[in-house]
Design a protein around this ligand. Structure first.
Ligand code: SAM
Length: 146
């Protein structure tokens, strides 16, 4: 049928946004600023993780330490976590869409962000690995597995 000047765009499939709080978040594992580097490294190995939010006594976010920072500490013979942790932390809020967090992680060239609530208390971690797993499970559900 002639379309009389109308352009036909391909059908766009819009998925409802998945929010950070909808994800199955692993138990929260954190570090305290006064912990030494070897203790933090042990926590990472025992729990098979690469990121630890650093919190105060009330669970409020103070920084982040990653396995990259631990390698850095070893390279410069540093014993104190406060010398290697990053204090200005990029975070995710519980009500944000996961897609937005994926873009944030990409933009800042990091591999994970702590999830915090409005009081800056740590609720968990979301990593690039969690996001790829989510995409794979969505694709599998849609019968698009590769
Ligand atoms: N490409 C690696 C990765 O994705 O983990 C290393 C990137 S970068 C050089 C590593 C630095 O980013 C570390 O000093 C780490 O503390 C910091 N970092 C990691 N996650 C962060 C976050 N959510 N907010 C701020 N800094 C972060």
């Amino acid at each position: 049928m002639p379309n009389k000047g109308c352009t036909v765009k391909p059908l766009k499939i819009i998925r409802p946004s998945i929010l950070v709080k909808d994800l199955k978040i692993k138990p929260i594992i954190t570090a305290r600023a006064e912990e030494d580097i070897s203790g933090v490294a042990r926590k990472m190995v025992d729990n098979n993780i690469n990121h630890l939010p650093v919190v105060d006594h009330a669970g409020r976010l103070m920084g982040i330490v990653t396995s990259w920072d631990i390698a850095h500490a070893v390279a410069q013979d540093s014993q104190k976590l406060t010398e290697v942790m990053t204090k200005k932390v990029i975070v995710a809020l519980e009500d944000e869409p996961v897609e937005l967090i994926a873009r944030r992680i990409d933009k800042h060239e990091i591999s994970g962000v702590p999830i915090v609530n409005r009081e800056n208390r740590v609720r968990g971690m979301i990593t690039a690995e969690d996001i790829s797993r989510l995409i794979c499970s969505q694709n599998n559900k849609e019968g698009d597995s590769q």
